[in-house]
Design a protein around this ligand. Structure first.
Ligand SMILES: [Fe+2]
Length: 376
């Protein structure tokens, strides 16, 4: 199954995942922008045909570290290989990432190999430069690097306008945005791809971050879809709800995994930190003109009485879609295993939720949910 939205959203979702780094680790996000900028400049100088692969690999290199487990390039490679074929040269891009920490003298990782893809060598040089900002030391250590690529980097760094961009976060952001737009080739390539598989990959990344709620995102997506169907939404609206539900907790990618997974009671500060995930979801979705149309996803913790978060919106301001996701979210929280209690049955959960009607969500939506789960 493939929806209209899928055509435009794939790149945006990958980009949103990268964007989540901005809120959790600004320094790293800025270094990704710098890496993309310098790698592209070298690539353009060496061989124009490598540029697309260099761009993608340098952008997505850390995608595997977002899920909370620090498995570096292995995990990134696995994720990129695992998504349906949405990227041209997808498998080559995965290989480039895998080899981007290898060095020509065998001193790199993970395998210490000396024969390295050209694109990976370029990204590797840029990464090493950004670590120490010392090109002279790299020239001394030149057995590690391709001499020509290193020379090109040196020339690039001698140009004042490049240094100016490199020191200006906003300029780097512009470079990144421009290139994301330029290389948005996914539209043509997405045909025939099963969107479920792609969304599931993203959902797994979100769920991996929060180990207690394993599979939560996927269940919320399917519950939300069922409730929306019961409400007779149009195909387009149904598709939006599904996407929104898959991405409702994307802001968790920006939350410290240790707090998210802390066993036992949370302090007030820790609870406030976790609540930030909704705000981050909103910022991440709002950041992209296409994902903005599903930014209502981030309002799944709002309440009709205005006591929810992140906005504290009241009845009339909380979109129906957000409330549908809220119902699905609460339903799953109550019916799945938690460290501190046994899962409730659906009947028990609906009974508890009855008391939230008019406070957390509207009655009409709750009634629709009851019908789809055969309760009441
Ligand atoms: Fe949430």
């Amino acid at each position: 199954m493939r929806s209209e939205l899928m055509e435009i959203l794939t790149l945006d979702i990958l980009n949103a995942v990268i964007n989540s780094i901005k809120y959790s680790d600004l320094e790293r996000y800025n270094s990704i922008k710098a890496r993309v900028f310098l790698s592209l400049l070298i690539g353009k100088e060496i061989d124009e045909t490598m540029v697309f692969k260099i761009f993608m690999a340098s952008l997505l290199k850390e995608i595997g570290e977002i899920g909370g487990e620090n498995k570096g390039v292995y995990k990134s490679t696995e994720i990129i290989r695992g998504i349906p074929e949405i990227l041209p040269f997808q498998y080559e891009i995965a290989d480039i990432i895998l080899e981007s920490e290898e060095r020509l003298d065998g001193s790199g990782a993970p395998s210490g190999k000396k024969e390295i893809l050209k694109e990976a060598q370029i990204i590797g040089i840029v990464c090493d430069y950004l670590k120490n900002n010392d090109i002279e030391e790299m020239v001394e250590n030149k057995r590690k690097y391709n001499e020509k690529y290193l020379e090109v980097l040196k020339e690039i760094l001698e140009m004042e306008k490049n240094i100016k961009i490199l020191r200006d976060e906003e300029e780097l952001e512009k470079v990144l945005r421009r290139n994301i737009k330029k290389y948005n080739v996914y539209k043509e390539k997405i045909e025939g791809v099963e969107e479920e598989q792609f969304l599931t990959t993203i959902a797994s990344m979100i769920d991996a971050k929060d180990v207690y709620t394993g599979g939560h995102t996927k269940r919320v997506a399917s519950y939300s879809y069922l409730i929306a169907k019961e409400l007779n939404y149009s195909e387009e609206k149904l598709s939006k709800i599904r996407y929104a539900a898959y991405l409702h907790d994307i802001g968790k990618l920006a939350i410290d995994g240790e707090i998210l997974n802390k066993p036992g009671k949370l302090t007030k500060e820790e609870f406030e930190a976790i609540k930030l995930h909704a705000k981050y979801s909103f910022l991440i979705l709002w950041d992209s003109p296409t994902l903005r149309q599903i930014s209502f996803a981030a309002l799944h913790h709002e309440k009709l009485d205005g006591t929810g978060y992140p906005m504290g919106f009241k009845k009339g301001w909380i979109p129906e879609g957000s409330q549908v996701i809220a119902i699905a979210d609460i339903l799953d929280a109550l019916t799945s295993n938690r460290s501190y209690r046994q899962p409730l049955t659906f009947n028990e959960a609906f009974k508890i939720m009855e008391e939230m009607v008019g406070i957390s969500f509207e009655k009409r939506l709750f009634e629709a949910a009851k019908i789809c789960f055969g309760v009441g």
